[in-house]
Design a protein around this ligand. Structure first.
Ligand code: MCN
Length: 792
């Protein structure tokens, strides 16, 4: 490697396009397309008795109206269950259009296509649906109570019941000198990307081909699902993710109903059709996450060492389970964070409710798990009168114990094994960053001035870079420019920049010469997608491997032409030259010409290549016999297990003694995602994650009434933090390499949001002196807790 782009804080190359309004998002495409709108259920639980479209039929500009009965073949079958699991005994998915029952407000019932969206919405208003009301099941307690059922054939509303135990928890608990029990809960929230979902489809009748654009995190998945649903050969369907204005989990396709219906209608009508989700649809018809009740029983000794941990959790999976039970599985397996309890048992029930379904939302079950574990560790420290960091240290897995096997099964069914991490070093860094040891003096000063301040902490691990695979393809043009493609999509993570950095580094070319394409099935049809903080590990390594293949080929051809050993060559700024004798050189572009017989006789670069070939005969290109034409390479990376990133956050909060207003005075992060490809991007990811975490800790929640109506389905009522509510985030890094992949990297995309609720709760608790066991927390709720606490 002759340049060191890996690890450099390169400014994001996609930003000039995005911040000047020149991004091409879904709604920037297809201005000639017909528009779709949906009649969606206004009721949480009802049977559909009749659908009357009579009043709608005469509207000028209407193209068509379809209900479930009109959907042929596989389009009319239930949507697939994307992530099955052996314990998911009662998985249920919806129909693209409701068949005879609706199970949440917002479920699509009728598809309307018209000249434009205004007409389509007007038509939707004129369609009358008659319902027979059923009792809605709202909230975890009601689901658990199971007096009423969401699905008649699902006993007790339980989609899955899972249990894992390591060691003998009952015996360890009975023998523990001390025990504590905690009830903990986290409310529902949601991803809320700036751009909602959207699909635009064009059917080419002459060739029987479908081109599909989707604002998706998984374009290959959309392509496969649509091809299967429409019974088209895969080769006749292409899917492109244009610029995607955020995903955060909700744009993982299973597929979504609209992703099936819009292409189906485009083909039926032989006209382009587009649907773009509006904000209300996003609130009521996409997905939520986080809602979980959790109980912890912990047994520990007088030094604060955890001897037994018994966790039960109840997860609100909403009305359907296309994503299986991935969220509670993640909670149950990553709840332990950096700690090693003597014995551990976790049991969960995933419950149906008449609310919108759940997709993994950034952090995906880990914020809930971290909240449970970190509240427990704080409770142990308080009980023993020990420093909270001391109790943490005493329970840490040590670097010398890595790789550490918990004896549990991870979400992929493989053993849960941490590959790397140095938790004591992270804690030391965090304590130094926040000034942990000086806080007592700061608090004394604040209290003397009549102020209430508290210091909180939270630690987490995150299994990142999960398989099965991702690919990278690299092609060096005869001009020397390098085209890189990987199949996963980007939603704002800066992939165009980091993947270009990796290639610039591996190939020794200027980063300006590297062009990156993501999420286009025409370029790279094999891919899984962007979620679970996997792009850097999966595509990053695949691209690095492909670049190494290209580099080796380039050096081999150049060595032949320059009559030197490949070991004596280096590549600097796209030029292959003899080390110590830069006058003997040739460009990568020239090598590309030499490896591309068809270009051999055409342009100047080609002519230049002939001097190395010693022949002008295009039938005898100067490439080795066993080489394929073209200076290009493709490789795939497939890991044996997830690699574990980790981190620790601390916050200082102030609570107003009168109004109970909560202010974050400082927020500090120490994060370890291995070697950082781009530290500026990693920090941006951490900042974004913390901002979302602050929303989840203090502001955001989905408020359903007992009839299953979402009461705050707009940004007027659902509070997201503005820049004014997000503190300055101070970050420090540890770069413990993963032994599992060639670049040694671990993911970073979700880490920021995982511990925030735990940290803020810890800090408020420290300020107030009574336990915080439920998040989010508003000033009113804090004020009420104060009153209750004061009353004993
Ligand atoms: N990175 C790096 N060095 C590392 C690790 C990561 O430079 N050692 C960089 C990566 O190259 C990438 C970014 O950090 O540019 C995040 O990397 P990674 O952890 O691999 O996460 P993904 O790229 O797979 O993104 C998914 C992740 C998830 S799961 C959610 S949810 C999320 C997130 O990314 N959604 C986002 N961040 C988001 N950021 C934006 N702007 N929009 C979203 O929807």
């Amino acid at each position: 490697m002759t340049t060191s782009m890996f690890g450099a804080p390169v400014a994001r190359r996609e930003d000039p396009r995005l911040v000047t309004g020149n991004g091409r998002f879904l709604d920037d495409l297809g201005h000639d397309a017909l528009a779709a709108a949906f009649v969606r259920s206004p009721h949480a639980h009802a049977r559909i008795v009749d659908i009357d479209v009579t009043d709608a039929l005469d509207v000028d500009g209407l193209v068509g109206i379809w209900t479930h009965e009109d959907l042929p073949g596989r389009v009319g079958e239930p949507l697939p269950l994307l992530i099955p699991h052996p314990t998911l005994t009662h998985g249920r998915t919806a129909y693209a259009l409701a068949k005879d029952e609706v199970n949440h407000v917002g479920e699509p019932i009728v598809l309307v296509i018209a000249r434009d969206r205004y007409v389509a919405e007007d038509v939707a208003q004129l369609i009358r649906v008659e319902y027979d009301f059923l009792t809605p099941v709202v909230g975890i307690e009601m689901a658990r109570d199971a007096t009423d059922l969401v699905h008649d054939d699902v006993p007790d509303n339980v989609s899955a019941h899972m249990f894992q135990e390591v060691g003998d928890v009952d015996a360890a608990m009975a023998a523990a000198p001390r025990t504590l029990e905690l009830d903990l809960s986290i409310e529902r929230s949601a991803c809320m990307p700036m751009e909602g979902k959207g699909v635009y489809a064009r059917w080419d009748d002459e060739n029987g081909e479908l081109r599909l654009y989707s604002s998706t995190q998984t374009s290959t998945g959309v392509r496969a699902a649509v091809a299967a649903k429409l019974d088209l050969p895969l080769a006749k369907v292409e899917c492109i993710a244009p610029d995607v204005g955020g995903g955060f989990g909700v744009k993982i396709n299973h597929p979504w109903p609209e992703e099936v219906l819009i292409p189906w209608a485009a083909r039926l009508l032989d006209q382009p059709v587009k649907w773009v989700e509006d904000r209300r649809e996003h609130f009521t018809s996409s997905a939520h996450e986080r809602g979980q009740l959790q109980t912890v029983k912990v047994g520990f000794d007088d030094e604060g060492r955890i001897l037994a941990l018994d966790v039960k959790l109840w997860h609100d999976n909403g009305a359907y389970t296309p994503y299986g039970i991935i969220v509670p599985i993640i909670t149950s397996t990553q709840l332990l964070g950096p700690y090693k309890p003597g014995a551990y048992r976790v049991e969960f029930w995933s419950l149906y409710t008449n609310t919108v379904l759940v997709t993994p939302y950034r952090g995906a079950g880990r914020p809930q798990g971290c909240f449970a574990m970190e509240r427990t560790v704080d409770a142990i420290a308080d009980e023993l009168g020990l420093d909270r960091t001391e109790v943490r240290s005493r329970n840490f897995i040590l670097p010398s114990e890595m790789p550490y096997d918990h004896g549990l099964l991870f979400q992929d069914g493989r053993p849960l094994r941490y590959d790397s991490g140095d938790f004591p070093a992270s804690l030391d860094k965090l304590k130094a960053l926040v000034g942990w040891d000086d806080f007592a003096a700061y608090r004394a000063e604040a209290e003397a001035a009549g102020r209430k301040v508290g210091l909180g902490i939270g630690c987490y691990v995150e299994g990142t870079g999960v398989g099965p695979y991702e690919g990278g393809h690299i092609q060096v043009e005869t001009s020397g420019r390098v085209n890189v493609s990987t199949g996963l999509t980007s939603q704002g993570q800066g992939h165009e920049t980091v993947f270009a950095q990796i290639v610039a580094n591996e190939l020794g070319v200027p980063i300006e010469d590297v062009h990156v394409t993501t999420g286009d099935t025409r370029r790279m049809p094999y891919a899984v997608g962007t979620f679970a903080s996997r792009a850097a590990v999966m595509s990053g390594n695949a691209i690095a491997l492909a670049a190494r293949t290209v580099r080796a080929k380039a050096l081999r051809i150049a060595a032949d032409a320059l009559e030197v050993s490949a070991d004596d060559l280096e590549i600097v700024d796209g030029d292959i030259r003899v080390k110590g004798a830069p006058g003997t050189h040739m460009s990568l572009g020239t090598v590309s010409v030499m490896s591309n017989p068809l270009r051999y006789a055409f342009d100047e670069a080609a002519k230049a290549a002939t001097q190395f070939a010693g022949s002008n005969d295009p039938s005898k290109p100067p490439v080795a016999d066993d080489d394929e034409p073209g200076l290009e390479g493709k490789d795939f990376y497939s890991p044996t297990q997830a690699t574990f990133a980790n981190g620790m956050h601390a916050a200082i909060v102030e609570t107003d003694p009168v109004t109970a207003e909560i202010r974050i005075l400082r927020y500090c992060v120490v994060h370890d995602c291995g070697p950082m490809i781009n530290p500026m991007i990693v920090e941006g990811q951490v900042h974004g994650g913390v901002a979302q975490g602050v929303g989840g800790a203090l502001y955001e929640r989905m408020v359903y009434d007992e009839s299953g109506q979402l009461l705050n389905a707009s940004f007027m009522d659902f509070l997201m933090p503005y820049a004014s509510e997000v503190p300055v985030i101070e970050t420090d890094h540890l770069e413990t390499p993963s032994p599992l992949n060639p670049l040694g990297i671990k993911g970073a995309g979700e880490a920021g949001c995982i511990p925030v609720s735990a940290v803020i709760a810890s800090a408020i608790e420290d300020a107030e002196g009574f336990p915080i066991r439920s998040m989010p927390i508003s000033p009113v709720e804090l004020w009420e807790l104060r009153q209750r606490h004061a009353a004993g």
